[in-house]
Write a protein that binds this ligand. Structure first.
Ligand SMILES: *Cc1c(COP(=O)(O)O)cnc(C)c1O
Length: 213
């Protein structure tokens, strides 16, 4: 299957999930996760109308963003773990950093310029995945909101690989609602339908578009 065909299938899955949930498909943004994939693959997806791409690694993001900046309307979301000393390279190219998980990282980003961000929450307490601990979330939201350079769009999470993701998606939605945050980045290739049912506004899909890594 070509990337254009795979992308078509993912769009259909999103449309069907929205219909089943009684949601407007315009509320759900597809973030095409292109980590480890070639610039040619990103270009193929762009040719098929995809505009928002997700990357996990700073160097890879910088290289692709530079090589592909001629593609009209292309936008990059950073979805990987970010070290504070790399914040500069990401702020320059990413339209959104989805993985802010500490006040120190938020400050490091703000020092480098204005940026839209999301807070990653480690709901299942799997520290290797990144994300702030649930009990730290309220304070981190307050900190980011008090930081003039940063615009807080919402919350992001990566649920455990095993088991039903729904309770985690539901919990993220509840926490966002508690704080009046609109955007929810949750759902990947395997579980985007469940995420959309539970209110996702951004789904991050790699394998189902670009094939296995
Ligand atoms: C790689 C990755 C994805 C995409 O996962 P797939 O299962 O390939 O769709 C989504 N979110 C994050 C944070 C990732 O690292």
């Amino acid at each position: 299957m070509t990337i254009a065909e795979s992308l078509g299938r993912v769009r259909e899955r999103i449309a069907r999930a929205c219909q089943a949930a009684g949601r407007d498909p315009g509320e759900v943004t597809l973030v095409a996760v292109s980590k480890t994939k070639s610039e040619a693959d990103v270009r193929a997806a762009w040719d098929a109308g995809q505009r928002v791409f997700g990357e996990n690694y700073v160097q890879e993001l910088a290289r692709k963003a530079e090589a592909l900046r001629g593609l009209d309307g292309i936008r990059w979301h950073f979805i990987g773990r970010l070290q504070r000393n790399k914040a500069k390279d990401v702020v320059q190219v990413a339209s959104c950093i989805e993985t802010v998980d500490s006040a120190r990282l938020a400050d490091a980003i703000a020092k480098r310029g204005a940026c839209e961000v999301m807070i990653q929450v480690d709901l299942a307490r799997e520290p290797q995945k990144g994300g702030c601990a649930p009990e730290e979330l309220d304070a981190l939201i307050a900190h980011v909101r008090a930081t003039r350079e940063l615009t807080l769009r919402g919350l992001m999470t990566v649920p455990p690989l095993e088991g039903d993701p729904r309770p985690w998606f539901r919990e993220l939605r509840g926490r966002a609602a508690d704080h009046g945050l609109r955007e929810l980045s949750m759902g990947m290739s395997a579980d985007l339908e469940i995420a959309i049912e539970e209110g996702a506004t951004l789904v991050r899909v790699g394998t189902a578009i670009f094939g296995s890594r």
